[in-house]
Ligand binder design. Structure first.
Ligand code: FAD
Length: 336
């Protein structure tokens, strides 16, 4: 177990914010985690993964916990279905690479999403028509109330769009491992975001999960910043959902406004489009910048952007979108 006081978190958040925490603890086993005297640690407590959905708004006065529990185990090799369990500290994309390489379907559309397995189950990460809840069979946690082991089946996780019970009961459960259900049966999902087009020239009837993975990696690399080169936390805002009448007012002046009709009659509007319409692409606030290739992403363009600069840019965007479209954007990135 690693235990470091006054710890520099720069390398632990993909935005690259230069902030510190009073204490950083990285545990290698679940027993080490259980052995901690939570009440005696500097408060508050924050469990992080890869720090790829976080914006630290300043130094953190308490304890930051991080799992180094890394294992991958094939627990049931049925005829079609295969159950795999992964430690919360496994890099999510390492898991995707492994199972896709084994010819198992289900995870490939989630290729190259930064972060770790534990947080993926908190966030219900999604991309290219798939959400991680689609392949989760169960989530193993420690309940910090009494350190009991609790296993939630997928319906008990209350999954929604980038949402779960773990977000609403933040701090109560530490996820220690996740059970995934994958499939040997040919089941690619190609009808989303240019995946099919990226596979042109491939024999679609004989595709392998690793080919879909490679196509998705290609698409993502072309439009999203690599956190190793340019700091960001991915999509900064959630896509707003508005009443149909509201959308129709927007569409009067913009007949090509992109949107998705939802089953309940409301309309989801891409936040990237709203931001782009207002000319924010490339705009800066000190070292913070709206990413040129994808205006939903705010990047740490200089490597030395401060939390205050990122928040100033965020607030400018929120104010303008509200003024022009009467829509309040909400950040997807968690502010700490
Ligand atoms: C370039 C880029 C692209 C991205 N693309 C996508 C995308 O396509 N789709 C998508 O959904 N997201 C995307 N993201 C966002 C991000 O990758 C996901 O939200 C990811 O799941 C965060 O994982 P993490 O390990 O970094 O978690 P962190 O950001 O460290 O934490 C996220 C949350 O999980 C909690 N948490 C972490 N570990 C545990 C644990 N073991 N137990 C309990 N709680 C825990 C934290 O307290 C926090 O609330 C992108 C981010 C970047 C930087």
């Amino acid at each position: 177990m690693k235990r470091i006081e006054n710890y520099d978190l720069s390398a632990r958040n993909t935005f690259g914010m230069k902030v510190k925490c009073a204490l950083y603890i990285e545990y290698d086993t679940v027993d080490e985690l259980k052995s901690l005297d939570y009440k005696a640690l500097p408060q508050p407590l924050l469990h992080i993964g890869g720090g790829s959905n976080l914006l630290f708004t300043g130094d953190f006065p308490g304890t930051v916990l991080h799992s180094n529990v890394k294992f991958l185990k094939y627990v049931d090799m049925g005829l079609d279905e295969v159950l795999v369990t992964a430690g919360a500290g496994v890099v999510f994309d390492d898991f995707v690479a492994e199972v896709s390489g084994q010819g198992l379907w289900g995870a490939e559309n989630l290729s190259l999403i930064p972060g770790e397995v534990g947080a993926a189950a908190v966030q219900n990460i999604g991309a290219y028509g798939v959400e991680v809840k689609d392949i989760i069979a169960g989530v193993v946690c420690l309940d910090t109330k009494d350190w009991s082991k609790t296993i939630f089946k997928t319906p008990e996780c209350a999954y929604g769009y980038r949402d779960s019970r773990f977000k609403h009961e933040k701090g109560r459960y530490v996820i220690t491992s996740v059970l995934f259900r994958l499939n040997r049966r040919y089941s690619p999902r190609l009808d989303y975001g240019g995946v099919r087009a990226a596979l042109e020239g491939h024999d679609l009837s004989a595709l392998k999960p690793s080919e879909v993975r490679d196509a998705i990696i290609g698409i993502r690399r072309a439009k999203l910043p690599d956190p190793a080169e340019l700091g960001s936390a991915g999509s900064f805002f959630k896509n707003p959902v508005i009443p149909r009448e509201h959308f129709e007012r927007i569409a009067e002046g913009n007949p090509v406004a992109p949107h998705y009709d939802l089953p309940d009659g409301t309309v989801k509007v891409p936040a990237a489009w709203l931001i782009d319409q207002l000319g924010f692409r490339g705009q800066r606030e000190g070292g913070a910048q709206v990413y040129e290739k994808q205006p939903l992403v705010i990047v740490n363009a200089t490597g030395s952007a401060t939390p205050a600069e990122i928040i100033a840019l965020e607030q400018r965007i929120i104010a303008k979108v509200k003024e022009k479209y009467d829509i309040v954007l909400h950040p997807e990135v968690e502010h700490i």
